[in-house]
Design a protein around this ligand. Structure first.
Ligand SMILES: Nc1nc2c(c(=O)[nH]1)N[C@H]1C(S)=C(S)[C@@H](COP(=O)(O)O)O[C@H]1N2
Ligand SMILES: [Mo]
Length: 317
C-alpha cells in the first residue's frame, strides 16, 4: 500500500500536506464534507449513541462532568461531528475516517500498567480511574503538526494524579507512554507492518507533571469515542498532536529520554520536544498558520499553542 507513496511513512497525518490544498479547494471540499455529514447526520448520531448502548457503557457513569471555569475560553467549540470524523489513529487507518474502522475495538476491560522508577508500581483498570479520579471538563486548543486545529472539551484529570499514586523515585526524569497494539481489532496495524507498533510517546517528567498535562477519559461531555483514543489518552495542549498518545496501556517512569514512535521514523521532522511553534517550520511545510477543521478558517499559530504563559517556565522563558 505504501510502496508508491514514499511520503507516507514520515508523516503523522493524512495523505496531503495541508499546504498543498488551496483555500478554494479546501472550501469546496469542506462544503461537500458538511453536506455529506448533513445527509448522514441522523445515522451518524444514531449509530454512535443508541440510547441502550449509551446506558450500557460502563465508562459513562457520572457524565457530563462540570467544566472548569479556568479552562473555558470564549469562542465556539469545534463542531463535534467534524472532530469525531476527522481523527488520526494509525492503528486503524492512515486516513481520517477512523470512526469507520473501530467497530472491533474492545475497550472493556482495560488494564493500565504503571511502573518503572516508582515506589508503588500498580496495574489499574481504566474503569476504576473513571470512578476514583476527580473528573472535570477543560476546553483546550489542539494543534496537529499538519497545521490543522480544533478546540475541544476534554473530560479527565491531571497526569500528576497518576504520579501521586505511584510515587516516582528521584531518578525518574522522563515518562514513557505505550499504547494498545491489538492487530485483530486494529486493522491499520496489519495494513502497515513497516511502522514500529505499538505507538509510543514520551515527556520530560516536569512536562508530564505540569498541571496542563491531561489524562482524558471523555470528550464532548461523554466517554471518549473509540476514534478519540478510548478509554484513556493523554492530551498535551502546547505540543503537536502526536505527543498526545491514545488508548494507553502502559506508563513507565524512566531515567533516560525515551524514543518515540515518530522520532523513530523521522527524527528530524518529529523531534522529542515538539512544542507548537509558528517560527519553526516543519522541514516540508510552514507552521505559521493552521486550519480550523470545522469552519476551514485559517488562523495564526501561537507559540506553545497559546499556553506560553503557563508552560514557558519549562523552557527557560
Ligand atoms: N495511539 C495513537 N495515538 C495517537 C495517534 C496515533 O496514530 N496512534 N495519532 C496522534 C496524532 S498525529 C494526533 S494529531 C492526535 C489526534 O487526536 P484526535 O484524533 O483526537 O484529534 O492523536 C495522536 N495520538
Ligand atoms: Mo498529528
Amino acid at each position: 500500500m505504501l510502496s508508491d507513496m514514499p511520503n507516507v511513512i514520515v508523516r503523522p497525518d493524512g495523505w496531503l500536506p495541508d499546504k498543498a490544498v488551496t483555500p478554494e479547494t479546501a472550501f469546496v471540499n469542506r462544503r461537500r464534507f458538511v453536506q455529506q455529514l448533513g445527509l448522514a447526520g441522523v445515522g451518524w448520531a444514531a449509530s454512535r449513541w443508541p440510547a441502550s448502548a449509551a446506558e450500557a457503557d460502563p465508562y459513562a457513569k457520572g457524565y457530563p462532568f462540570p467544566r472548569s471555569k479556568d479552562f473555558n475560553p470564549a469562542g465556539a467549540l469545534t463542531d463535534e461531528k467534524v472532530a469525531s470524523t476527522y481523527n488520526n489513529f494509525y492503528e486503524f487507518t492512515l486516513r481520517k475516517d477512523v470512526h469507520r474502522h473501530v467497530s472491533k475495538f474492545q475497550t472493556t476491560p482495560w488494564k493500565i500498567e504503571i511502573g518503572g522508577l516508582v515506589e508503588r508500581p500498580m496495574t489499574v483498570d481504566a474503569l476504576d480511574w473513571v470512578s476514583s479520579m476527580p473528573l472535570e471538563e477543560r476546553v483546550y486548543r489542539f494543534r496537529c503538526v499538519e497545521a490543522w486545529a480544533m478546540v475541544v472539551p476534554w473530560t479527565g484529570f491531571p497526569f500528576s494524579k497518576v504520579a501521586d499514586l505511584v510515587k516516582p523515585k528521584a531518578e525518574a526524569k522522563f515518562v514513557r507512554f505505550i499504547t494498545a497494539s491489538k492487530p485483530e481489532q486494529m486493522p491499520g496495524i496489519g495494513d502497515n507492518p513497516e511502522y514500529p507498533w505499538p505507538y509510543f510517546e514520551g515527556l520530560r517528567i516536569d512536562e508530564a507533571m505540569h498541571p496542563l498535562t491531561w489524562m482524558a477519559t471523555g470528550v464532548y461531555g461523554k466517554p471518549l469515542a473509540k476514534q478519540f483514543g478510548a478509554p484513556l489518552r493523554l492530551v498535551v495542549p502546547w505540543k503537536y498532536g502526536y505527543k498526545s498518545p491514545k488508548s494507553i496501556v502502559k506508563i513507565e517512569f524512566v531515567a533516560e529520554q525515551p524514543k518515540t514512535f515518530w522520532e523513530t521514523l523521522q527524527a528530524r521532522e518529529y523531534p522529542f520536544e515538539s512544542n507548537v511553534d509558528p517560527g519553526v517550520p516543519h522541514p516540508r511545510w510552514s507552521q505559521a498558520t493552521e486550519r480550523m477543521i470545522d469552519t476551514g478558517d485559517r488562523v495564526k499559530t501561537k507559540k506553545y499553542n497559546g499556553y506560553g504563559e503557563a508552560v514557558g517556565r519549562l523552557y527557560g522563558a
